[in-house]
Design a binder for this molecule. Structure first.
Ligand code: HEC
Length: 175
């Protein structure tokens, strides 16, 4: 075999070997499939990078409705009805939220970043997540279950998680 043929043969052997190695790992390498398993190396980054790029492109640029008592109280009612089961309240973390993978972040407590829930995210980012959901996670898409106004109201509420809320909302989310 001359050098060129050897290079070509090795190249194709390499190309064929890679899917074989991947297959063997999937079949016999016990990759994480259970909710309780540890994440794959770089799993969080692989999901986060395209998600953030997409949200950045698509988040609504129009300004949200005002953070009036009426909107925040309505947001709290929606939160209690649709979100609390996974995302908890200030006094009561969600039991279910801990058992899904990835875990549902508790939106009324301080995160590793130091911010309470998603209060450090622009409201439009939260709106996008509520409307479209997050693929391969327990986060549902509410775009058909809630109206645009309701999605803004609950997103506004979450953006104020570190601030004093009107009495009614505060009673519902426990702060
Ligand atoms: C069935 C459980 C479930 C329900 C119900 C649910 N979520 Fe989620 N949510 C999740 C999970 C799981 C994640 C984490 C996804 C991830 O890490 O990729 C999440 C993520 C989020 C995030 C992003 C958090 C962050 O740190 O970026 C927001 C915002 C959010 N949910 C808001 C809501 C709102 C508002 C509702 C109700 C209208 C709701 N969720 C209902 C499971 C749920």
């Amino acid at each position: 075999m001359n050098r060129t043929t050897l290079a070509i043969v090795s190249f194709f052997a390499g190309v064929l070997l890679l899917p074989l190695v991947v297959y063997l790992y999937l079949a016999f390498g016990r990759p994480p499939v259970a909710t309780a398993d540890a994440p794959l190396p770089m799993e969080a980054e692989i999901v986060q990078i395209p998600l953030e790029a997409r949200i950045h492109r698509e988040m609504p640029s129009n300004s949200p409705p005002p953070a009036s008592d009426e909107n925040l109280n309505a947001g709290a009612g929606i939160y209690e009805d649709k979100c609390e089961v996974c995302h908890g309240t200030q006094d009561q973390p969600s039991a279910i939220g801990k058992t899904i993978f990835p875990r549902a972040p508790q939106l009324w407590v301080k995160q590793i970043s130091g911010a309470v829930g998603v209060s450090d995210d622009p409201v439009g980012v939260t709106y996008w997540k509520v409307s479209n959901g997050i693929r391969l996670s327990g986060m549902p898409a509410f775009g058909k279950a809630l109206t645009e106004k309701q999605m803004w109201q609950v997103s506004l509420l979450l953006s104020m998680a570190d601030k004093p809320l009107p009495a009614e909302a505060s009673k519902i989310v426990g702060r």
